[in-house]
Design a protein around this ligand. Structure first.
Ligand code: B1M
Length: 233
């Protein structure tokens, strides 16, 4: 291809409409192109998109396509890892914007992905949105044992414990954590919120969590609701 033809093919974001940028984002996320995702995220923000819409309509929607093709055996772990890296690059831009809040601190949450599980994108989104809603968030990262949750609770004295699991094989570990809260006699001091794609309300009820949160926005609403119930101001 000649230089001229290459130039013709060059993507100029400013000349594209919003929908075209979203579609490009889906493609670039799928291909794991972190630099491009950063540019597209910035472009949408520059056009007045809210950080929340950029996150949900761009990055999260794009990740759903990746998830579908991973499930169907079209994409494999290395490709999904690249997509996750690209997603995180976009999230890094959005994080401070979502966390920007004039609100007074409304509570503290310790959150982490449970033992055996290394998925952290959803948990990170929950952390970002909770920070944006005025919560202090202590994020323990991935692969947390009951002892690690307990140590963090002891240290930070949160009102809320959040747990994330993305695998059917790791979600039962949430019960182990809740049981260890019970053995320590601190279960009733805590609001326990759980989330992750394979969970549902029946599971949350079964393990005696306070609530299942379908997504990050629901997590914020549920956290606020439970703060009113357990710690009315
Ligand atoms: Co994994 N993986 N993965 N993976 N991975 C899933 C979960 C899977 C459903 C894909 C599939 O087959 N369709 C499948 C699980 C099947 C099952 O258990 N039934 C799966 C598998 C099998 C695996 C491996 C076993 C693959 C392998 O090695 N053969 C392996 C396991 C590793 C391990 O953990 N031990 C594995 C590895 C990986 C990667 C490392 C490649 C990568 C993770 C990278 C990372 O997170 N840093 C990865 C990814 C990216 C996925 C998919 C494609 C996407 C997950 C994601 O980030 N979604 C996923 C497919 C899917 O979920 N459809 C899949 C986007 C995110 C915004 O959504 O995480 O659901 P989500 O979070 C939402 C809500 O669930 C909720 O709010 C979030 C924001 O709205 N939420 C909470 C989540 N946590 C919450 C906590 C709360 C509240 C709400 O607390 C209060």
């Amino acid at each position: 291809m000649s230089d001229e033809e290459l130039e013709d093919d060059e993507i100029i974001l400013s000349e594209m409409d919003d929908q075209e940028i979203i579609e490009l984002m889906f493609e670039d996320l799928y291909d794991g192109y972190a630099d491009e995702i950063v540019e597209e995220t910035e472009e949408l923000l520059g056009r007045g998109w809210t950080p929340y819409d950029t996150l949900t309509k761009g990055l999260v929607a794009g990740m759903e396509i990746v998830g579908r093709d991973f499930r169907d055996g079209i994409l494999f772990v290395p490709e999904v890892l690249m997509a996750a890296k690209a997603m995180k690059a976009g999230m890094a831009i959005l994080r401070p914007l979502l966390a920007e809040t004039g609100a007074a601190k409304v509570g503290t949450m310790v959150i982490g992905t449970v033992k055996g599980d290394i998925h952290d994108i959803g948990k990170n989104l929950v952390s970002m949105m909770m920070e944006g809603a005025g919560f202090e968030v202590i994020d323990l990262g991935i692969n947390n044992s009951a002892e690690e949750y307990l140590a963090a609770i002891e240290e930070h004295k949160p009102e809320i414990l959040g747990m994330s699991a993305l695998l059917t094989t790791t979600m039962p570990y949430m019960r182990v954590v809740i049981d260890s809260l019970k053995s320590k006699g601190i279960r009733e001091d805590m609001i326990v919120l759980v989330g992750g794609a394979p969970l549902n309300e029946a599971f949350a009820e079964d393990i005696e969590a306070d609530a299942y949160c379908r997504d990050a926005a629901v997590a914020v609403e549920t956290a606020k609701k439970w703060m009113q119930i357990k710690h009315p101001q």
